[in-house]
Design a protein around this ligand. Structure first.
Ligand SMILES: [Zn+2]
Length: 61
């Protein structure tokens, strides 16, 4: 993917910067990973993966 394209991409939720993580674009602030399909970033919140999903709160901490 063109790195200059990435520079133009911001998180659709918070308008913050995104980090390239493999085939995903990650917003560290929202803990969301947006998929890149066939080289095309899918900047839709409903398509994003929640990075915190599957992490159960530890009540004993
Ligand atoms: Zn964000």
């Amino acid at each position: 993917m063109d790195s200059r394209l990435l520079d133009l991409l911001v998180c659709p939720v918070c308008k913050g910067p995104l980090l390239r993580e493999g085939d995903e674009l990650v917003c560290a602030r929202d803990r969301l990973a947006f998929p890149v399909r066939d080289g095309i970033p899918v900047m839709l919140e409903e398509q994003a993966r929640d990075l915190d999903a599957g992490l159960e709160p530890d009540d004993d901490a």
